[in-house]
Design a protein around this ligand. Structure first.
Ligand SMILES: [Zn+2]
Length: 224
């Protein structure tokens, strides 16, 4: 089953220049102020436009569901060690990675721990988010390669082509996320799982861009 999103949707950005994923990790990225400030009809006009359709390389994100069995998608630690997802009360050191407290009933949360060096990822109530977060901060362990990257059909692409694809996907997702969130805020049921999938795909787009950074300077940027 293909895992592209069939419904319209986003990526909420405040007016600062980082993307707060809600876990305390902040992905550097362009301010999404312009999207946040758009009305629902404005966003729909872009999403329905021929230009946007042509500019968006794909909405076929691959076979996997990013919410389902996310621990299978963990990157190795930058130390080379094997990592696991825990579901227990996170150590204080992990909690310090969060910018706001977790709203958890019994104190337990998902977080990633390296069995080699003991490094911890940021805790989350969502396993997929703990995994995405860990992968973002461990992206350099991929040595700039898209080999085995589970989404967006990047395997075999050059860094340059992969980055170009990821940027168009990220923008499309940001629009669709804003659309869904604004509809939700106006009382329309857009589906929690749908929103979570958009967030997860958006997180993975950021992970992909981070992986690409490990590939070093791209062609054209090298000094001659
Ligand atoms: Zn480690």
């Amino acid at each position: 089953m293909r895992c592209s999103l069939s419904k319209p949707l986003e990526h909420g950005r405040k007016k600062d220049k980082v993307m707060n994923t809600g876990t305390g990790r902040q992905w550097k990225g362009r301010a999404m102020t312009s999207i946040d400030d758009m009305s629902i009809p404005d966003i729909e006009a872009i999403l329905g436009s021929v230009a946007h359709y042509a500019a968006t390389q794909t909405r076929n994100y691959g076979e996997r569901d990013p919410i389902d069995r996310p621990s299978e998608l963990l990157f190795r630690c930058t130390c080379g060690g094997k990592v696991d997802v825990k579901y227990e009360i996170p150590p204080a050191e992990a909690m310090r990675l969060l910018s706001r407290p977790l709203n958890t009933a019994d104190g337990r949360a998902f977080f990633v721990k390296c069995g080699g060096c003991g490094r911890l990822g940021a805790p989350s109530l969502r396993e997929w988010r703990a995994v995405v977060d860990w992968n973002y901060m461990s992206a350099s362990s991929r040595n700039g390669s898209f080999d085995g990257f589970p989404f967006f059909n990047l395997v075999g692409m050059s860094t340059e082509d992969g980055v170009a694809r990821l940027k168009t996907i990220k923008y499309d997702l940001a629009l669709r996320r804003a659309h869904a969130k604004k509809r939700k805020a106006s009382g329309i049921d857009v589906g929690g799982r749908f929103l979570a999938k958009i967030d997860a795909y958006l997180g993975w787009a950021h992970v992909g861009l981070r992986v690409a950074e490990g590939a070093g300077p791209r062609k054209g940027e090298m000094r001659s």
